[in-house]
Design a protein around this ligand. Sequence first.
Ligand SMILES: NC(=O)c1ccc[n+]([C@@H]2O[C@H](COP(=O)([O-])OP(=O)(O)OC[C@H]3O[C@@H](n4cnc5c(N)ncnc54)[C@H](O)[C@@H]3O)[C@@H](O)[C@H]2O)c1
Length: 382
Amino acid sequence: MKVLILGADGYLGWPTCLYFSQRGHEVIAVDNYFHRNAATEHDCESLIPTPDLVQRAEIWEELTGKKIEVHIGDVTNYDLLLSIFKKHKPDTVVHYAEQPSAPYSMIGQKEAAFTLQNNLITTLNIAYAVKEGNPDCHIIKLGTMGEYGTPNIDIEEGWLEIEHKGRKDKFLFPRQAGSLYHTTKIQDTDLLWFYTRMWDLRVTDLMQGPVYGLSTDETDLDKRLMPYFHYDEIFGTVLNRFIVQAVAGYPLTVFGKGNQTRGFLNLKDTMQCVYLSATQPADLGQLRVFNQLTESFSVNQLAEKVKKIGDRLGYNVKINQIKNPRVEKEDHYYNVHYTGLMELGLKPHYLTDEILENFFTITGQYKNRINKDAFFRGISWK
Ligand SMILES: NC(=O)c1ccc[n+]([C@@H]2O[C@H](COP(=O)([O-])OP(=O)(O)OC[C@H]3O[C@@H](n4cnc5c(N)ncnc54)[C@H](O)[C@@H]3O)[C@@H](O)[C@H]2O)c1
């Protein structure tokens, strides 16, 4: 397969490049370094120092002899994207090239406008580039479980059959986002669903929960191949934040009551899910939706798990319930259906004590790079 990975420098993008490359596929990687620049601007750099995308591709080639072709450029630039599509004619495009942070999108008007413009135009451009450059190409777009919000009914896998006044039809599951970022992810899904109906696109939308971890078989080959890793309030996902807070001796920041429940998955499982979707593509004219998670936890359950292992390793972990800066339900029903990726062959890596210990060991090696000011900035939803 020829795989075009957009947002290839990112937390998920870089390990995905290696995962496909290692399995013999031709990888073309695109990124505009938005994330690196935003992290510098907001003084919340990666815990792990990571070479830039061009250097990483050189290191990978030096170690394995496998080549990843890199383009540094902006996916909102349609001419650039179309030229890449026409040159390479990818079988699959994996779309990670978005502003991925809910808190970032709630900082102020400038960040909200950027998020809206960036996330929608990248998605629009991909739909057009596929139509004009390679209509058979399979689009894999990263959605998020946050699109569904926390409804008081079971969350189905993308679609809901509704019977109304004696008639039945199938619709995208109702969505109600909890941040502007999540709203753009809903709009992305709607854009692709619209163009799938108009142009017979072939699309898989992966409704992913928060990802944790920093290790895959490929990134473990050499320290310089590790993904960048955020533990700050803006770009760090909750478990990644808690582990680094525990290592730094900073009380774990539980927002509000801590009963907020979400579906999570290991970084290794994101690789599997994207790969399984690519090798078993959607049909032309199909928007296929999978809920991408392997288990659910409340924030309190995660904090307790981190405390248990952290204490065992001598970190004396404290948990601090702080006033919730977000607008979200702190007690709610949460029951998600997620069988589609298992049926494709996903073999989950669950959050075991051993995985947590390994996580502590790796982050502990970078303790002197932790910037405690980045843990909590109190970005308010109001
Ligand atoms: N990490 C998670 O837990 C998680 C959970 C659910 C969904 N997602 C989704 O997965 C995708 C990737 O997330 P991530 O955590 O790897 O984020 P990330 O910020 O680490 O990676 C995204 C990459 O895209 C690049 N990018 C952004 N806009 C671009 C543009 N216009 N042109 C070129 N490159 C651009 C950024 O520089 C960055 O390197 C996002 O769409 C996000 O919404 C992530």
